[in-house]
Design a binder for this molecule. Sequence first.
Ligand SMILES: NC(=O)c1ccc[n+]([C@@H]2O[C@H](COP(=O)([O-])OP(=O)(O)OC[C@H]3O[C@@H](n4cnc5c(N)ncnc54)[C@H](O)[C@@H]3O)[C@@H](O)[C@H]2O)c1
Length: 326
Amino acid sequence: MKRLLVTGGCGFIGSNFVRYFLKSRPDWGVLNLDKLSYSGNLANLSDLKSSSRYEFVRGDIADKKLVLKLMKKVSAVAHFAAETHVDRSIEAADDFLKTNILGTAALLEVSLACGIKRFVHMSTDEVYGSIAKGHVDETAPLLPNSPYSASKAGADLLVRSFQETYGHPAMIMRCTNNFGPYQFPEKVIPLFVTNLLEGKTVPLYGNGKNRRDWIYVEDACRGLLLVLEKGKAGEIYNMGAHHEMNNLELTGSILRALKKDRKMIRYVPDRLGHDLRYAVNFNKLKRLGFRPAWSFSEGLAATVKWYKENPDWWKPLKRDQYTVKS
Ligand SMILES: NC(=O)c1ccc[n+]([C@@H]2O[C@H](COP(=O)([O-])OP(=O)(O)OC[C@H]3O[C@@H](n4cnc5c(N)ncnc54)[C@H](O)[C@@H]3O)[C@@H](O)[C@H]2O)c1
């Protein structure tokens, strides 16, 4: 059986991807390497515990010896592992640099030595910085504004350097904001949904005018698998969903979905260096055959339903994370 190495498979997108991949590709297995940082959770894949096609290894992507042992067992890599929360990167950037840059460098080095031919690095639209007008394609300059996006841009540039220097076939996926089940309740949608389920207010940054394009996580998994299988070696692919809205509009949709009124909004001082707008042109991915299948409202309804039905998953996470703003 062929095997895919997934890094960060116990996180939000990684766990959704592992489940989606195993369902879509019955002749493949998954080896999941995850450090189980605060956002990694074994419960995200507890349904796969007894599957013969799934193996979990706890460890750090920056541990080259371990990565070499695992890389010898697989024929492709989907790299999600990262420190991902912008607010945490503003408080302290060290872990972001270690995992996102040095960790990615270790994976590149070892995968090159092992002759891995299919490797997708999951990156973000945030590397382009704030986009005043229009939509940027993959040739736009990298102008990251937060320590998080700078660390992801650093990783992207390392991938590029491995392509140019050694002909490493790694591909980069630059994706817009994801939402859906199993997202750690510090990120805006699960934070707001779970706060409202607990009867608490929702903290909205600044004037709520910051704009993002929201993609339902299953669509992001479909896009990533498409690139993993059909993407051209060494290329960069943007991914989005054409669901651009500002945070006030997003909050309004969440309030309506939970039948709450606007009095539940609590305005809080803006995030430092908060990018006003991200907007990518993903025509290149469309040419590969990508079409998002979920409308924003369908995705939000599915997400709200999942958080309503799974308080046992999120309540302990909110209790443990005193840094979660509520
Ligand atoms: N969530 C989004 O909206 C979004 C959008 C675009 C791109 N991305 C990118 O997608 C990827 C996944 O994001 P997510 O939202 O699922 O993040 P997440 O924080 O939910 O999950 C990250 C996972 O990586 C693991 N991890 C962290 N450091 C590690 C290390 N050194 N070694 C091994 N494992 C480690 C964590 O334990 C966790 O399971 C990241 O690379 C992120 O930058 C996310």
